[in-house]
Design a protein around this ligand. Sequence first.
Ligand code: ZN
Length: 417
Amino acid sequence: MPGFGFARTCLVVRHSVFVMVLRGFCCFALMFAAAFPALADMPLAVTAARVASNDARGRLVFDFDRKPDATVHYIGHPDRVVIDLPATDFTLPQTALQPVGLFRDIRYGAIDASHARIVLNMSRPAKVMATDVAENGEGGGYRLTIDAEMTDQKTFDKLVAAGGWNAAAYNSGRQARLAQDPPPSTGKFVIAVDPGHGGIDTGAISLDTHVPEKRITLAFGKAFAAALNKQPGIEAFLTRDTDRYLSLPERVTIARQKGANLFISLHADMLDQPSIRGATVYTLSDKASDHLAAEAADRENKSDEIGGVTVSHEPEAVNDILQDLTRRETQAFSISLANAIVSSFKGQVNLINNPHRSAGFRVLQSDDVPSVLIELGFLSNRQDEKLLLDPAWRAKVVSLLVEAVKAYRAPLVAGKG
Ligand SMILES: [Zn+2]
């Protein structure tokens, strides 16, 4: 049938034209797609990164152009923390992430076409305490913050066995504090007693008898912890109970990991002026209360240098209003404890003028544990030296300190009831 033949020819022609147009369109579309891939298919870009760490805690910050999805897991032998990411281009200068503190080595790069990875070789067993993905303010893009903290080998091995968790699930826009296994709660008021110095770090040396400060603080610490443990509802532990070196950040971290409600660091100071004597109670402040306080903080902060610990600048603070509030509240409690100690000592123990002072002591830098540092006296003063080495004086000071802790705690207990 000619009609059929014509129609069929038309159909074939029309079909061919359609296919040609379609092919042409597809080619164009493919070319277009190749030239302008959808943003979602493009790798993320990391444009800057920073690291800060001491030997107990560390923070890594990566600036992304878009919101990253990060998964953290752990690999043993050697101990590594791994952060898995979607395809990511790292355009970082070689020197951006130098190893420091907890991080022995920091590597990053593509795993395959659609995955990238950051591998943190740790200098000791450590765990990621929190990750945070937050919008960058002015520069645009997103900031991935990873906070790590020292842990013991057993906990690390458990993490390796458990596999990973998806960091994105915890990203609520502000810092998500991932619960480390909470310290077993005994319902007791827990006090960290911190004998200053130890091991390679002798602290001050007494004038006449040449007894190192580290031995005096350990003796005081042991007596103080034992006396506290006799009190109902109170449980005390020592950050060190032998002559061993602990860095300042380690002391802070041990206290927090053991669920301390208070941190009390014990010291005996040393000055060039042998006439100055008496006890001082210090709390933390950005700006030192006076010259003497600033110098005392400098002397005590030297401990990390003596121990050969790497000290980087304090990790940059994540903008977190809640954390600021916690810090301020902790500060108020620290001051209240310092006042209780000064009141308890008054008329009983020789105090220097203005016995409550403040400065930037690194061992007092816990965000959430009220902390004080007590300089029990001056090893550079003969009368103080004699007292600091006298077990009877030690027992008297310890019982006054216990009274101070009880006075500090009384309103808290009453408030609960
Ligand atoms: Zn000291």
